[in-house]
Design a binder for this molecule. Structure first.
Ligand SMILES: *[C@@H]1O[C@H](CO)[C@@H](O)[C@H](O)[C@H]1NC(C)=O
Ligand SMILES: *[C@@H]1O[C@H](CO)[C@@H](O)[C@H](O)[C@H]1NC(C)=O
Length: 461
């Protein structure tokens, strides 16, 4: 049993109280935490209303769970978009997500923040609170008590509320990879600073050494190709060449880090597909910290200047990755045509992610072991609860977070918080530049969560 009362990762745990009786203390704990949380919500909503809401502060406590009708009405009047009905199938979730993408970036961001249509932000707040309180990961049952499986696919067909149904993953290929059929391999779409290195380490623990490419799970480092040598740049090769190399070299994992995923061709590969998401602003800030603050090829120390320079290629980088289409112009454009293009490109990216056999959320990896084992057949999943940093010898960070025993609360502690680190205008600009990625990430997180807590999809794993 860990000692209570010290090491407080979120600041939510109370510090006062002199009673010895455990039950009284825990009631006080609950009351206190509830008050603090209500206070925070009240504060955030007030700030929002003062800053952006036309309706101005009214003094009402707007709790963001049971959203009262009046509050929802106010938000809708501001142009935020709530689903008009319960979303039960992938198609319905997709329709809603693309409608949302048609709004201005500002309204997209506000809708996700204040209305949490995918339910993942409310879940995350509850998860961080529960982990901090417990000072450990939750059990599967505790996780389910926070996010129960939305109704199963076999009962009540009317009200499934499942973005993962009908399941669109190719389970034959996943099985072929698991049972070692030649030439099936694992295709990992590596979103930078979103858990990729950890994933490669997971593969190293589970595949024979000769099956894992030596250079960060990127086999093409050794392949012959015209131009500059590159690793994790697979757009240079057609699928036939990729398959041939993988077979000849006996490699079983391919990490594509620098190029977009080409949905028109890559799904033809003899492969099972995996990826890992991270909250977009956290990811961007982590890249800045890794490359610029820790001096890996970038000299800019001012994050605003860095974004000025990099927003060209980092705007909605997730949506770019999964749609394989240029997104910068449509992301910030204000015309009707831009709005329509946003819908199209988001829909395309979402369709691709829905076909990935394994979609993970980096912040919640500690809950993935069973899911990862079912999909990939990997048994040694301890890396999922460890933080692995690339090039660690190059610049070691002694923040006590090399091993994550705190679950999502531990990750939150180790990251720089965008709200705190970024100047307000930069924060707003980056949020808007990453608005479509926010939608895609929330949808992907919901997929991951549903697959964690719902038993009825394991036959598609
Ligand atoms: C492996 O999986 C594939 C795809 O489902 C299947 O056709 C094949 O029979 C399996 N092989 C073994 C040895 O289980
Ligand atoms: C960072 O750069 C921006 C834009 O050039 C500038 O306005 C700001 O003052 C800089 N911040 C610091 C701390 O130098």
């Amino acid at each position: 049993m860990p000692a209570r009362g010290n090491a407080n990762p979120t600041g939510l745990r109370r510090r006062h109280g002199h009673h010895n009786k455990g039950s009284l203390r825990s009631i006080q704990n609950i009351l206190f935490v509830t008050l603090v949380v209500l206070g925070l919500i009240y504060y955030r909503v007030s700030v929002y209303l003062l800053q952006g809401g036309k309706t101005a502060a009214k003094g009402t406590v707007h709790n963001h769970r049971p959203l009262d009708t009046q509050y929802i009405h106010e938000l809708q009047e501001q142009g935020l978009l709530l689903p008009s009905k319960t979303l039960n199938t992938y198609q319905e979730w997709r329709d809603y997500a693309t409608q949302l993408a048609s709004l201005t970036p500002e309204k997209i961001v506000k809708t996700l923040k204040l209305l949490d249509p995918f339910g993942v932000r409310t879940f995350e707040a509850k998860l961080l609170e529960a982990e901090s309180e417990k000072k450990a990961f939750l059990t599967q049952e505790e996780l389910r008590s926070i996010f129960p499986c939305p109704t199963s696919s076999t009962t009540q067909q009317q009200e499934q509320q499942r973005i993962t149904l009908p399941d669109q993953r190719n389970s034959d290929k996943a099985r072929a990879f698991r049972n070692g059929t030649e030439p099936y391999f694992l295709f990992f779409q590596h979103l930078r600073k979103a858990g990729g290195t950890n994933f490669c380490s997971l593969a190293q623990h589970n595949l024979p050494k000769k099956q894992v490419p030596k250079y960060y799970c990127m086999p093409d480092y050794y392949w012959e190709a015209p131009g500059r040598p590159c690793a994790g740049c697979f757009s240079r090769f057609d699928t036939k060449t990729i398959t041939k190399h993988m077979k000849e070299d006996g490699h079983k994992i391919l990490g594509n880090e620098w190029d977009a995923f080409d949905p028109d061709h890559y799904f033809d590969l003899p492969a099972t597909f995996a990826t890992s998401f991270r909250r977009p602003l956290d990811r961007a800030l982590s890249q800045f910290r890794f490359e610029c603050i820790e001096d890996r090829g970038c000299k800019i120390k001012n994050v605003t200047k860095w974004w000025d320079k990099r927003s060209k290629d980092l705007t909605n980088v997730y949506v770019w990755t999964f749609s394989n289409e240029g997104v910068r112009k449509l992301s910030i454009g204000t015309t009707k045509a831009d709005s329509e293009r946003r819908q199209k490109v988001l829909g395309r990216a979402l369709d691709v992610v829905a076909r990935f056999n394994l979609v993970m959320a980096m912040e919640w990896l500690a809950y993935a072991p069973n899911h990862v084992q079912r999909v990939l057949g990997f048994r040694d999943t301890k890396t999922l609860t460890e933080r692995v940093r690339p090039h660690i010898a190059q610049h070691k960070r002694d923040d006590g977070q090399e091993r994550n025993v705190m679950g999502a609360a531990g990750i939150a502690k180790a990251s720089w918080t965008p709200e705190n680190y970024l100047p307000p205008e930069t924060y707003t600009r980056m949020s808007h530049d990453l608005a479509l990625d926010e939608i895609l990430t929330d949808a992907a997180r919901r997929m991951f969560l549903e697959r964690l807590v719902c038993d009825d999809v394991s036959m598609f794993d």
